[in-house]
Design a protein around this ligand. Structure first.
Ligand code: NAP
Length: 234
């Protein structure tokens, strides 16, 4: 068996979810990708990390930044990941391979930063960045989350379930099963997962929003989501 081959896991997931998550594939070996990789390893997942090219180019980075994870190609991370995390610069979303993500539960952790992403015509036409990504990846079961936490906080802010100040992260996606699966992953990473509803609600998690700019527990996040209008157009 190849090191990146997925096998059925025994992690309990909510009834009706898309199945047990054993392997997390991460597309993007930068700040967010390696932080999520470390936290996912801590949670007990098998973790495969890819950048845009040859895995040999990130082997050392992965070994140092996320010991226990395996550097693979993007196709391998997408193919073997029960959940695949997008942690690449948003401007590069169209370098993803839609076929490799068809049918996959995909976490969109990306944000638009004008300073680094520049002008993005496709984004200007989309109601939200995640809906733009979903349109490019029509077969993917896209779920937005992990975008409104700093990469440096992914490890420092995690807490066990039931702790009063446990940080909450919103989870938005059109596929209910995929959303439930990702909510379970978020919980296992050490956060209260709050169901934000459809992918369009991801607009309420984007940079500049009250949700994005703060650190919230479940009650506060639920209040903010209730108040957040989902814009029909950007
Ligand atoms: N920084 C934060 O605290 C934070 C928090 C939440 C969300 N985000 C969002 O998360 C995303 C990543 O941010 P970052 O700070 O981690 O970026 P980063 O440090 O610049 O890393 C980006 C990574 O993406 C890889 N990549 C580019 N195209 C790829 C592709 N097609 N397939 C697989 N990997 C690819 C790059 O590899 P190559 O070198 O091969 O191009 C690099 O490893 C951004 O959208 C950002 O807005 C950031």
């Amino acid at each position: 068996m190849q090191p990146w081959t997925s096998t059925p896991g025994s992690a309990g997931v909510p009834p009706g979810s898309a199945g047990p998550v054993h392997t997390v594939g991460i597309l993007g070996a930068g700040r967010v990708g390696t932080a999520v990789a470390r936290q996912a390893l801590r949670a007990g997942y098998r973790v495969l990390v890819a950048a845009s090219g040859d895995p040999g180019a990130i082997e050392l980075i992965v070994e140092v930044m996320a010991p226990g994870a395996t550097a693979v190609t993007a196709a391998e991370a997408a193919g073997a990941g029960d959940v695949v995390v997008l942690s690449l610069p948003l401007r590069k979303f169209d370098t993803l391979d839609p076929e490799s993500l068809r049918g996959k539960v995909v976490v969109d952790a990306m944000n638009y930063w004008a300073e680094t992403d520049g002008d993005m015509a496709a984004l200007a036409e989309a109601p939200s960045s995640s809906q733009m990504v979903q349109a490019f990846l029509p077969g993917a079961r896209l779920v937005k989350t992990l975008n409104h936490i700093g990469y440096h906080e992914v490890e420092s802010d995690h807490r066990p379930p039931g702790v009063p100040d446990r940080r909450a992260l919103a989870v938005a996606g059109d596929d209910r099963e995929a959303r439930a699966t990702v909510m379970d992953v978020v919980e296992r990473l050490g956060y209260d997962a709050v169901d934000a509803g459809p992918l369009a609600a991801g607009a309420a998690l984007e940079p500049g929003t009250a949700i994005f700019t703060g650190r919230h527990d479940r009650a506060a996040l639920e209040r903010l989501l209730e108040r957040a209008p989902v814009p029909a157009a950007r």
